[in-house]
Design a binder for this molecule. Structure first.
Ligand SMILES: *Cc1c(COP(=O)(O)O)cnc(C)c1O
Length: 477
């Protein structure tokens, strides 16, 4: 049955009680069993940021004249981030709702800048490392910009030489990661940015993940390439507050080396009967709550808080890497630049997706990756206490899969195996679209929770159809 607005408003207890019920089956993020999605800061910090969120919950950052509060918060956050990332005095930027919006802004600003500077470019392209987050694909897709991808080396880095080969006269921007999400590796930014500068191109560093963790890791002595504004050719950086900034969801920053880049991000309409309309980011109305909460997170955490949490997260990541290396049949992907740990199988008898199913059955939230099949862990302070238990469960799962290879052909393992094996991406894209259409179909509330149950079975059917379609196409040639 379709949900309707109740004829009579319900009580607070009733409403909040039902929300709690909705959340009862969500992944458990406060006790370390989830390796992504939530960067749990602990109860005390959570209390602070939720109270701060309420302070500006109704404020609208769209109009900085009406809401000096949100403008002040935004200015402070931009400046604190610029200082952290060694931006020159000219550094400017805006807050956004998240990494995707920051990347949308970076791409549209580069496209608009190119339109103004090089009006003869009709088919703009951007050159990116192949591990760059798909939010950039979304931006390019929406804004009519082509993407050229630079393959990564065995360590997961997109080499400058690859960028040199791909850049052409229609290129308007290059993007590299610090670090990339899949393997947690920092690209060779000094070489890439120098190349971009020599070609007169802007260089964006996607530090959505790393922006608020790498600076602290560097202070703790972790070795990684330079990647922030200390690198001469870096012209913009995105950094998510709602990841290692420990802010609640809905907050990120996009910074530019100077106003000559940021001005192309602004949108102005002067013709409207509603008056002159000016908007700095993708959003129109800009919710004040997440902005206030992000500000409170930075000043409430302080350098001491960030450093101690970064140390715990790093120690956890190192313990995890060490433990995984000691399990026969597994290998770590990429270089240890960050708190992301990704591991793959090194033994043909160990299907990693089958390992994933067993871990999930044991209550772990699991992130599956592809090419090669691998599992992804974002380590936070909250994960520290469970690392030994996780390693023991991984070891047991690897042994179980080796003992019973048929596990690879059952359950979710079969689905993910199929998905990564279907060679026509347009066919698998179609299958996923079908699954999403099912999830958003009219009628009863749909099961959209973690993998398992009818949703996955539907995905399996869609993928099998896709595979059969592909086989019949391939067979008819
Ligand atoms: C999370 C992430 C993004 C996207 O950010 P959202 O907040 O999910 O929109 C982009 N790039 C990297 C490297 C990320 O980790």
């Amino acid at each position: 049955m379709r949900a309707t607005i109740p004829t009579q408003g319900r009580t607070k207890e009733d409403v909040l009680g039902e929300l709690d019920q909705f959340a009862a089956d969500d992944v458990d993020y406060a006790h370390g069993k989830t390796w992504s999605l939530v960067y749990w800061p602990g109860d005390a910090h959570y209390d602070l940021v939720s109270a701060a969120n309420l302070r500006l919950l109704s404020a609208n950052g769209l109009n900085p004249m009406a809401f000096k509060s949100t403008k002040r918060v935004e200015t402070d956050v931009v400046q604190m981030t610029a200082e952290l990332l060694h931006g020159p005095a000219s550094t400017v930027g805006t807050m956004t709702s998240g990494g995707t919006e920051s990347l949308l802004c970076a791409v549209i600003a580069a496209r608009e800048r190119a339109r103004a500077k090089w009006p003869w470019i009709r088919r703009p392209n951007i050159v990116i490392g192949e591990t760059v987050h798909p939010a950039v694909d979304k931006a390019a897709h929406w804004f009519g910009v082509a993407i050229k991808r630079v393959p990564v080396d065995a360590d997961g880095r997109a080499p400058a030489a690859g960028f040199r080969r791909k850049i052409d006269r229609n290129t308007v921007l290059v993007i590299a990661s610090a670090p990339s999400y899949p393997w947690g590796v920092v690209d060779p930014i000094p070489e890439i940015a120098a190349l971009a500068k020599s070609k007169g191109l802007p260089c964006h560093v996607d530090a959505c993940f790393g922006g608020f963790i790498l600076p602290w890791l560097e202070r703790l002595g972790v070795a990684m390439p330079l990647w922030d504004f200390r690198v001469d050719g870096v012209t913009s950086i995105s950094a998510d507050l709602h990841k290692y900034g420990y802010a609640p969801k809905g907050a990120s920053v996009i910074l530019y080396r100077d106003m000559s880049y940021l001005r192309h991000q602004f949108f102005v309409a002067t013709h409207w009967k509603g008056g002159v309309y000016a908007s700095p980011t993708v959003a129109g109305t800009r919710p004040g709550g997440p902005m206030a909460a992000a500000w409170a997170s930075l000043v409430g955490m302080g350098e001491d808080g960030f450093l101690s949490r970064a140390k715990e997260a790093w120690d956890g990541a190192e313990a995890l890497r060490k433990g995984l290396r000691a399990i026969p049949g597994l290998r770590i992907l990429g270089l240890p630049h960050s708190t992301i740990v990704a591991y793959a199988s090194s033994d043909p008898d160990v299907d990693l997706y089958a390992v994933a199913d067993l871990l999930e059955a044991g209550g772990w939230s699991v992130d599956r990756q592809q090419a090669p099949p691998s599992l992804h862990c974002t380590v936070n302070a909250a994960n520290g206490p469970v690392i030994d238990k996780y390693l023991a469960d991984v070891r047991a799962a690897v042994d179980a899969v080796r003992a019973d290879p048929s596990l690879a052909t059952k359950g979710n393992a079969a689905v993910y195996g199929l998905l990564s094996a279907v060679p026509l991406t347009s066919v698998s894209e179609r299958a996923i679209r079908d699954v999403m259409a099912g999830m958003y179909a009219p009628g009863d509330a749909k099961e959209s929770g973690p993998p398992g149950g009818p949703m996955v079975e539907r995905a399996a059917r869609a993928v099998k159809r896709a595979r059969d379609a592909w086989r019949s196409v391939a067979g008819s040639r």
